[in-house]
Design a protein around this ligand. Structure first.
Ligand code: AMP
Ligand code: MG
Length: 479
């Protein structure tokens, strides 16, 4: 199957016109393909090389349409940094339609009814980041929207300085956000809220259609999925940066990559978003913010579910699901396979040691994956060695309870502890090269993003240590 031969459907357009704005994309000038993800294309049933598809560029640029495609932007509201914005919506994203359970969306394709004071564009810098991070999150086994193609252009876009416009073709099983429900609740449009709930049930939770209390059950699943995704972030050291309710996917996957970052040295209070002065969305706060956002969703759903009961579900399901998912991931990272009640405490004290040692979070786990009793490789990457010595003494004790051989443990750990992490300093190098039309690094990063635990001998330059001055820096939100 070829990309340009896909036939799309547009079930969202069967909802009331208040849900969307039917709008045409505004193509960029002199567009060119920068990168494509053949792995993401598989989701659409595409087996032919995207780069050989002569119509790919025009479709991503919005100058021609796939069969069945009717283009539209979606309306939503959202709590931004704790404050309710009653009307947001896709200000620079335009949906193309759906195939194989994936909704295709262009980001950066021009003005819509919801653009407010924005220009409907996305700059090359932020588009490279979103394109690569979508694929990297998938490579880390964490639920996420995907990215099929990235195109650049000659179109000038005004930010702090002039930059070039780009478009990412994104895929997701749903683009409905917590904020979509908040929009209809704040408008007091209860029948439309219910239509939206039915739409989401059918699209994202089909096994619940027709069940008794289906909306409450749907809410409980959203709680569980959200907790599981956030547990994934915390276990790999990912900080999303803008966890507003309009950036929370209704099926719990990661969406809307902006000023995200991976931890360099382990620092639980790290804040990646330069504009987040209070640290509302700091690395560690993500857990509590997930809960807060889910409470906003319970409120938005209150015309069709019992709010108090939903909050009770939230309190019981959220932290339990979070902890189960978090412990499962961390135990694998540590090579611990025999059940042990004290592992939660063990992991807690390990984090204390990492914090005291000043040590790169992911590099620590990668090195630990070859730990054979020789402490030097781990001690050498810490600023303070004593906390790591203390941890390794505890780890040696804990390993005595394990039954796997050292070699088997190493193999398993090397399979879950990434060697390649999309650190901002590496992304920045790829962006600087792309600005002078060298896209090699973007494409090299795509390869390691999709299989981050594998050795890619010829791409070792992508896992260089973060320079001291670039460690745990903050990023601008402008995109
Ligand atoms: P974000 O912080 O990227 O999730 O964006 C928040 C809201 O602002 C969303 O409704 C976006 O669609 C909108 N937005 C962000 N940037 C632009 C832009 N350049 N033009 C129009 N709308 C935008
Ligand atoms: Mg957003």
């Amino acid at each position: 199957m070829k990309f340009s031969k896909l036939k799309l459907t547009t079930p969202y357009l069967k909802l009331d016109p208040l849900f969307f704005d039917e709008v045409e994309p505004t193509p960029l000038d002199n567009p060119f393909v920068i990168s494509t993800s053949q792995d993401a294309a598989k989701l659409l049933g595409i087996d032919e090389d995207l780069n050989l598809d002569e119509k790919l560029l025009e479709i991503v640029n919005g100058s021609i349409k796939l069969e069945g495609s009717q283009t539209f932007a979606m309306c939503y509201a959202g709590h931004q940094f704790g404050h309710f914005s009653p009307r947001l919506g896709d200000g620079r994203a335009i949906n193309l339609g759906k195939i194989n359970g994936q909704n295709l969306q262009l980001k950066g394709s021009g003005l819509t009814l919801y653009s407010r004071e924005g220009d409907g564009r996305a700059v090359l810098r932020s588009s490279i980041r979103e394109y690569l991070m979508s694929e990297a999150m998938h490579g880390l086994g964490i639920a996420t929207s995907r990215a099929l193609a990235l195109i650049g252009s000659d179109t000038d876009v005004a930010r702090e300085r002039w930059e070039k416009g780009a478009i990412v073709l994104r895929l997701s099983p749903t683009w409905v956000r917590f904020g979509t429900f908040e929009y209809f609740n704040s408008q007091r449009k209860t029948s439309m809220l219910q239509d939206l709930a039915d739409y989401v049930l059918k699209e994202s939770f089909p096994h619940l259609v027709g069940e008794e209390d289906c909306y409450m059950k749907m809410y409980a699943e959203i709680v569980k999925n959200t907790a599981t995704t956030i547990a994934g972030w915390i276990s790999v050291g990912f900080n999303h940066g803008v966890l507003n309710t309009d950036n929370m996917s209704i099926d719990g996957r990661t969406i809307d990559y902006g000023p995200f970052a991976f931890l360099d040295d382990y620092e639980s209070h790290y804040v990646c978003n330069h504009t987040d002065h209070e640290g509302r969305y700091s690395f560690k706060s993500q857990i509590g913010i997930g809960h807060w956002n889910l409470e906003r969703l319970a409120m938005a759903l209150s015309p069709i579910i019992n709010y108090e009961y939903a909050c009770a579900i939230l309190d019981t399901v959220y932290y339990e699901a979070y902890e189960d998912a978090y412990l499962a991931r961390m135990r694998k990272r540590l090579g611990l396979f025999v059940d042990n009640q004290s592992d939660k405490g063990f992991i807690g004290s390990m984090l204390g040691s990492l914090s005291n040692a000043t040590i790169d979070f992911n590099l620590f786990f990668r090195k630990l994956s070859s730990y054979d009793g020789n402490k030097t490789p781990l001690l050498d990457i810490a600023v303070s060695r004593a906390p790591i010595e203390k941890f390794l003494a505890m780890y040696d004790e804990r390993l005595k309870k394990e039954t796997l051989s050292q070699n088997e443990r190493h193999q398993k750990m090397l399979g879950v502890n990434p060697k390649y992490i999309l650190k901002n300093h590496i992304l920045q190098m790829a962006i600087e090269n792309a600005k002078i039309d060298d896209f090699t690094m973007v494409n090299d990063l795509l390869k390691v993003a999709l299989s981050p635990c594998e050795e890619h001998v010829e791409l070792e330059y992508l896992c260089i240590a973060t320079p001291q001055k670039a460690k745990n820096i903050k990023l601008s939100c402008s995109s």
